[in-house]
Write a new protein. Structure first.
Length: 175
């Protein structure tokens, strides 16, 4: 869903640039860049790498076999595989302005807080974890898992910024 929203915003930015609505395009491009830098790249990278690492170890922890009849294989790959190469291709295809480091990390942390809140809310309402893996942890273990995951996502945020800078430099990008 995040990636679909991001690419929808990207499409809108491209259309506005083509029809010469530069004032609107600048605002949409800024939103696109913020969305990509803070969420789309680090989250896509984390989701793809962590999902397939855990799946390879024990698929029942993240994608129980019972889901095979509910979620088609292509959709699983759209959610957990394709997001990473598309995020990497996006960095090579389009320069993105990253926000100031502090702002970017605060926004990333806030998004992580919202996700963790959603995971805990689902559990409190249904008694079921979004991923069976979470059932293995004590409350302290779950907090440590989420903290470790956030640390990894921060590394991916920094990697995305570095990769973007290596490819596109520090220059201001033209609209």
């Amino acid at each position: 869903v995040l990636q679909a929203f991001f690419y929808g915003v990207s499409f809108l930015a491209d259309v506005l640039r083509l029809i010469k609505e530069l004032r609107c395009a600048k605002c949409i491009i800024s939103s696109r860049d913020l969305l990509f830098s803070v969420l789309a790249f680090p989250v896509s990278t984390f989701v793809s790498i962590s999902f397939w690492t855990i799946y390879t170890y024990n698929r029942e922890l993240v994608y129980p076999k019972s889901l095979d009849g509910v979620i088609p294989c292509w959709l699983n790959h759209a959610m957990h595989t394709a997001v990473l190469p598309f995020a990497v291709l996006e960095i090579f295809a389009t320069p993105h302005r990253y926000p100031a480091k502090k702002k970017g990390l605060i926004l990333l942390g806030f998004a992580a807080f919202l996700y963790i809140s959603w995971v805990l809310w689902i559990y409190s309402v249904t008694g079921e974890w979004v991923y069976p893996l979470f059932a293995l942890f004590s409350p302290a273990g779950l907090a440590a898992f989420f903290a470790g995951s956030l640390a990894i996502i921060v590394l991916f945020y920094n990697f995305g910024e570095l990769l973007n800078r290596m490819i596109w430099g520090q220059s201001k990008f033209c609209f």
